[in-house]
Design a protein around this ligand. Structure first.
Ligand code: ADP
Ligand code: MG
Length: 307
């Protein structure tokens, strides 16, 4: 399977530009983590990929053909976990999954049993959804997305509400599944991406700021991360972002990211989290955002298509 997103711009009827000239390609197997702060455009991108929204400009191709001309094929290959979804409260876990299997036209009679085993939910199969905890409900949502062994799996913030142990379990399930599929997983938890994704997209203000391997993202932040000490009340120089602060006997130990580290900062190896923050806050990126914003403003008043 292959997906091509070509120069997508998405403007909501309110006038909000949620995505601006976004392009990317993915071919299976590919496990892509989409990182970005709230409001970055992650959910919008995912809704466009499942043909739940129509882009204002640009096109999406599935196996080299227009996504919209192949909606039936897309739905048969798709496992989707929306960011917020309603579950049928009165159904048991089993009944809900059986119903979803019918909606997805899955013929395999063992599909529900198989997926319940895979996500370790067999014990809960007779519990009514209204009696599940938040984390268990999220697990049911993930389970339905994996039903029928779909080739394209789109998970919008799947680990929200899971405890750390559950998150690790699901990360392992996702990475097993990704071996021959395209998996897109949006999150603002950097650890989720670090653990399983071979590719990371950083989205901010509707723009893709980075598309590459986690180690390439880390390499960009090389020489931009440092440690410095400040006395209580001391300020951090302009242009520095504080990643973390620890109060020690010697003063406040701050981990900072900066385009130009101050001379008294001791350089430190960047983590993926540092690199993500550097990517989002670096002045070079910000100027790219404002350049695109001003060019997009010239195109206002165009037709908005929405489903
Ligand atoms: N239906 C909508 N109508 C208008 N604006 C929207 C709609 N959905 C999302 N937005 C806006 O588009 C931007 C991107 O939102 P979203 O794709 O949900 O971001 P993310 O998933 O990264 O948090 C935000 O500014 C959000 O407020
Ligand atoms: Mg979202």
């Amino acid at each position: 399977m292959k997906i091509d997103v070509n120069h997508i711009t998405m403007i909501y009827p309110s006038g909000k530009k949620a995505l601006q000239d976004v392009s990317l390609s993915a071919e299976s197997p590919n496990f892509i983590g989409i990182l970005g702060p709230n409001g970055a455009g992650k959910t919008t991108l995912m809704k466009l990929l499942i043909a739940g929204l129509l882009p204002t400009r640009g096109e999406i191709l599935l196996d080299n053909k227009s996504l919209l001309s192949q909606e039936k094929y897309l739905k048969s290959q798709l496992g989707y976990l929306p960011q917020s979804f309603g579950l049928y409260e009165e159904l048991t876990v089993w009944q809900f999954l059986d119903y979803m299997a019918a909606l997805k036209n899955i013929k395999d009679a063992k599909a529900v049993t198989t997926v319940l085993e895979r996500t370790n939910m067999t014990e809960q199969k007779k519990i009514r959804i209204r009696n599940l905890s938040g984390g268990q409900r999220q697990r049911v949502g993930i389970t339905q997305a994996l039903l029928g062994n779909p080739q394209l799996i789109i998970l919008d913030e799947p680990t929200v509400g899971l405890d750390p142990e559950e998150r690790v379990k699901f990360r392992n399930i996702f990475s097993e599944m990704a071996q021959d599929k395209i998996v897109l997983l949006s999150t603002h938890i950097v650890e989720d991406v670090q653990a399983v994704c071979s590719r990371v997209l950083v989205i901010h203000d509707g723009l893709i700021l980075f598309d590459g391997t986690p180690s390439a993202l880390i390499a960009q932040a090389e020489n931009h991360v440092g440690i410095c000490f400040a006395q209580p009340g001391g300020t951090v120089p302009d242009g520095c972002q504080i990643v973390s602060k620890v109060h020690t006997a010697d003063g406040i130990r701050s981990r900072i990211i900066a385009e130009q580290l101050p001379p008294y900062a001791q350089p430190s190896e960047p983590t993926l989290e540092d690199a993500y923050l550097y990517c989002i806050h670096s002045p070079a990126r910000r100027s790219r955002i404002s350049a695109v914003n001003s060019s997009v403003c010239e195109n206002q008043g165009e037709e908005v298509r929405i489903r």
